[in-house]
Structure formats: C-alpha cells, structure tokens
Ligand binder design. Structure first.
Ligand code: SAH
Length: 251
C-alpha cells in the first residue's frame, strides 16, 4: 500500500515516530526533493528504491506506485511539513482510488508550526488574535478571488503566508489594504528548523526590503500580526481567580 507521510519542516528529528517507522520499513520512497530534508533518506533500508518527485509528473509518480504495488512492495510518499497543506495529495489519493490501491496518511509538523517555534511565538494571544489565517499569494496556482490577501487581511488576525517569499512587494501592498498598518509587526522565517534557519523581524512597511536585504526569496514563510508585538492579555486558564474543571479559583 501507499503511506503518505509528513516529513516535518526540515530538521530530520522532527518527523513523527510513525513516519520514521514507515520510512525504515519502506521498499519504495518517493520524496518531494525540493523541500524534504534528504537526511531523512538515511532512515531508508539500503535496498529501498528512492525517487525524487521534484523531477516527476503526477503520471510518473503513479506509474512508480502502480508497478511497486503490483510487486506487493510498500511505498512511502514523503511530503514536506504536513501533507494536508499545499501537498497535492488529493489528486494522488483520487488516482489511487481509481487504481484500487490502498493508502493511509501520517501527519507531520507543518512549517507554520516550525516557523512559530523558530520565532518563539504564540499565534493565538488573548486580546490580540484567536485566529490563524493560512494562505498564499496567487502564483501559477490561482487563488479564488474571495480569498485574496487584501480581503483576508481585513480581519487583522494572525496571518501565515506560504509560497509567496518571491512576491514580497505585492504581498506587502495587499496586506496593507487590510486592517494592518505599516507598523504592524511581521517576520520572514527562512528554512525553519534547518541549520540555515533565519528569522528576520521587521515592520510590515519594510517587509519587501527585509527580504531583499536578507536575500530571502524562497523556502520562507511570512508571519504578520500583532501577535509579534509585546502586548497581550494573560490567559484565563492559568489565572488564579479563574476556576476550571481541574482547579479551584482563589480569591
Ligand atoms: N506541506 C508543507 C507546505 C508545502 S508548500 C507544510 O506543511 O509546511 C511549500 C512552502 O512551504 C514553501 O514555499 C514555504 O513557504 C513553506 N515552507 C516549507 N518548509 C519551510 C521551512 N522549513 N521554513 C519556512 N517555510 C517553509
């Protein structure tokens, strides 16, 4: 069968134990070579056949899977971060359904979590934002019009923008059409959890400039919102005067 596996954001020890076990057991691994850390392939058996999907079409991936399945071999399809975000897994799953090949899916640590960790940030601060918008700029893949950056930015919520580090001028302009101001804090997180990881903090008004100054135009996430500012309210959950199912309130 085929195991879709989330490789995590980069550091090889951030794959799940289940994902690592599947990699160790695999007869065939097809990995997204543009972003998956090749160090993870060190977990594979010596006799495992390894394919880099960065050089393959969907049809070629399916052909490798079909041939391997016909020989009763176990296949891991390794995607960066968590496969559920910009992973193009649905089209693979639908094709596997049509071929009658079974599959399952093992989650991974998405890069948006890796980026928060790199910045030691909490996306959902009381009194600041309780919502995280995950989106991207339209590129060769279109984005539905109602989901344009400016429309989403109207919420002023925490935003994490994927796949857009090469379009920072346009992104900055679109974000500024929403509820954010040039002073709203932002961060560019390059290669979160890789040895080359870089966190560049700036104001939204200087986002594109920060990208240029730091030579960041790919493999990065843009974080925007007041969660990066110093002010917030403390949590109710850990407030002494707040009773919970597990703890009595103290006056
Ligand atoms: N499924 C992946 C996202 C794949 S789309 C996940 O859950 O993370 C590829 C985009 O993800 C890149 O263009 C970049 O915006 C982002 N990305 C992936 N790995 C990253 C990392 N380690 N640091 C920063 N951004 C990363």
């Amino acid at each position: 069968m085929v195991h879709f596996v989330g490789a995590g954001p980069g550091a090889p020890d951030l794959i799940t134990q289940r994902g690592a076990a599947l990699l160790r057991a695999a007869d065939v691994v097809i990995y997204a070579g543009s972003l998956v850390n090749p160090a993870l392939l060190g977990l594979c058996r010596q006799d495992c056949s390894v394919y880099n999907s960065a050089q393959m079409t969907l049809e070629q991936v399916l052909e490798v899977v079909r041939a391997a399945h016909a020989e009763n071999r176990d296949i891991v399809r390794l995607h960066t971060g968590d496969p559920c975000l910009y992973g193009a897994i649905r089209e693979q799953m639908d094709a596997l359904d049509a071929l009658g090949i079974p599959y399952d899916d093992t989650p991974g640590v998405s890069s948006f979590c890796g980026a928060a960790a790199a910045a030691c940030a909490e996306y959902t601060l009381p009194g600041v934002s309780q919502t995280v918008i995950i989106t991207r700029m339209a590129g060769r893949t279109p984005v539905p019009e109602r989901e344009g950056i400016a429309a989403l930015a109207a919420h002023g919520a925490t935003m994490v923008v994927f796949l857009s580090a090469g379009m920072l001028d346009g992104l900055q302009a679109a974000l500024l059409q929403g509820a954010y101001t040039p002073d709203t804090p932002a961060a560019l997180v390059y290669k979160a959890t890789w040895p080359e990881e870089k966190v560049v903090r700036c104001r939204l008004g200087a986002l594109a400039q920060a990208g240029r100054e730091n030579n960041i135009s790919k493999t990065a996430l843009v974080l925007v919102g007041d969660f990066l500012a110093p002010d917030y309210e403390r949590s109710k959950l850990y407030d002494p005067s707040f009773a919970t199912e597990f703890r009595e309130a103290k006056p």
